[in-house]
Design a protein. Structure first.
Lengths: 185, 184
C-alpha cells in the first residue's frame, strides 16, 4: 500500500493506517530532529510531537509534495522550535559524544589513532559551523533525504542547499588543514 | 562506517557528518505516538500545568484551614454570653426617641447590631457539629452598640478671641518718587 493510500485511510480516522506511516518514516523524522537538536532525548520528543501534529493536521496535507517530505518538514520545524530554547540548547548539547560513533579503520594502530583523531576533529569542526551550514551538511549527509527534501525542510531553493553543503565542507576542510589534516597524508 | 584514508578528507567529513545523525529512534516512539493519538484532548500535556496549579492551590487551602482549626488556645476561648457582653436588641435601641416619639423607623445605628446578630447566627450554623471538634467558631463578632445622647460628653468650646487685623492701605505708587539716580 502506498503512502497516499495510507494517508487517505488515516484521514478517514484509520489509526492503524497512520501507524503504518509512522513505521515507515519514524527513522527519517527522528534523524531530522537529531540533526537539529543533537541530543537523543530531545530528538525523541520532537519526533513524537511532530508525528502527533501530523496526525492532527492530516487534512492540511495537500499532496503537493510527498508525505515523507511533508512529515520531515514538520519534524524539522518542531526541532528548530525546540532548539530556539537557547538555555536548553547550550546546556545539553554534547557534540563530542557522537564522535565515538565513527568506526575506526586502517590497517595498523597508528592509522587507527590518526583516523580516530581525524574523525574527532571533523566532528568538532562541523559543530563549529554556523547553524545554516551545519544543518544543510547534516541533513544532506544523513542519507535519509534528497536535496529537494532538505530544501523543503529548510525552506530554501535546492541550489542554496547545495551551496551550503559545499561551503560547509570547505570550511571544515580548512579547519582540518590548519590542524595538519590534508589530502595525501 | 570506517573512515577510508584513501578517500581523503572529504570522505572523513561526510562520515563524521553522517555519524552525527546515525541513530535509530527508540521502540517507545511509535507506542508513545499511538498513545497520544488515542488520548483525549484533556489529557494532553498542555493541561498538566493547570492541573498541577489547581492541586497545589487545594493543598495550600487545606493546610490553612487545618492550621486554623488546630491553632492552640482557640478551643479555650471562653464563650461570651449575652449577660457579659449584652448586645442591644434591634427592637429596643438605646438611642431611640423616648416617650412621645412615634417614629417606627429604627435609628441607623441598629443596622450593625442586626447585622452582627445575623452574622453570629451564621457563624453558629457554620460551626461543626461532630463531637471533639473545638467550639472555636463560637466567637461573637464585634458588635457596635448605639450610644444615647446623654452619655456623650461634649466639652464646651469657647470662641477664640478676635484678631485685630489692621486694614491695609494701598496707595498708588508715584513714578516721581523713584528718581533715576536712586536706581542702582
Amino acid at each position: 500500500m502506498t503512502d497516499d493510500e495510507l494517508v487517505r485511510l488515516a484521514r478517514a480516522g484509520d489509526v492503524d493506517a497512520f501507524d503504518q506511516l509512522v513505521i515507515r518514516h519514524q527513522a527519517a523524522v527522528f534523524r531530522a530532529a537529531l540533526a537539529a537538536l543533537r541530543v537523543r532525548e530531545e530528538a525523541e520528543e520532537a519526533a513524537q510531537d511532530a508525528l502527533v501534529r501530523a496526525w492532527k493536521n492530516l487534512g492540511a496535507f495537500r499532496g503537493g509534495s510527498s508525505f515523507k517530505t511533508w512529515l520531515v518538514s514538520i519534524a524539522w520545524n518542531r526541532a528548530i522550535s525546540r532548539r530556539r530554547s537557547l538555555s536548553r540548547w547550550f546546556a545539553r548539547r554534547a557534540p563530542l559524544a557522537d564522535a565515538g560513533l565513527v568506526a575506526l579503520g586502517g590497517p595498523g594502530p597508528l592509522d587507527a589513532l590518526r583516523h580516530r583523531d581525524l574523525a574527532r576533529q571533523a566532528t568538532v569542526a562541523i559543530d563549529a559551523l554556523s547553524p545554516k551550514l551545519r544543518d544543510a551538511l547534516l541533513l544532506a549527509q544523513s542519507g535519509d533525504y534528497a536535496y529537494a527534501e532538505v530544501a523543503a525542510m529548510l525552506k530554501v531553493p535546492v541550489g542554496t542547499v547545495k551551496w551550503r553543503v559545499s561551503e560547509a565542507r570547505r570550511q571544515v576542510r580548512q579547519r582540518l588543514a590548519a590542524l595538519g589534516f590534508v589530502d595525501g597524508d | 562506517m570506517a573512515i577510508d584514508k584513501s578517500a581523503g578528507i572529504d570522505a572523513a567529513i561526510d562520515d563524521a557528518a553522517r555519524a552525527m545523525t546515525d541513530a535509530a529512534p527508540s521502540d517507545a516512539l511509535r507506542a508513545n505516538v499511538a498513545r497520544r493519538i488515542a488520548a483525549p484532548a484533556s489529557r494532553t500535556p498542555a493541561w498538566r500545568p493547570l492541573a498541577a496549579a489547581a492541586a497545589a492551590l487545594a493543598i495550600v487551602a487545606a493546610s490553612v484551614v487545618w492550621q486554623w482549626a488546630a491553632r492552640p488556645g482557640v478551643s479555650e476561648v471562653p464563650r461570651r454570653s449575652a449577660a457579659i457582653d449584652p448586645v442591644p436588641e434591634p427592637s429596643t435601641p438605646a438611642g431611640a426617641p423616648r416617650a412621645g416619639a412615634a417614629a417606627p423607623v429604627p435609628p441607623r445605628e441598629t443596622a450593625p447590631v442586626a447585622a452582627a446578630s445575623r452574622s453570629r447566627g451564621r457563624i453558629a450554623r457554620q460551626s461543626p457539629g461532630p463531637v471533639g471538634v473545638p467550639d472555636a467558631v463560637d466567637i461573637d463578632p464585634l458588635a457596635i452598640a448605639p450610644v444615647s445622647p446623654e452619655e456623650i460628653e461634649v466639652d464646651a468650646v469657647t470662641a477664640p478671641p478676635g484678631i485685630d487685623i489692621a486694614p491695609i492701605a494701598i496707595r498708588p505708587l508715584a513714578i516721581a518718587q523713584v528718581a533715576g539716580d536712586q536706581v542702582e
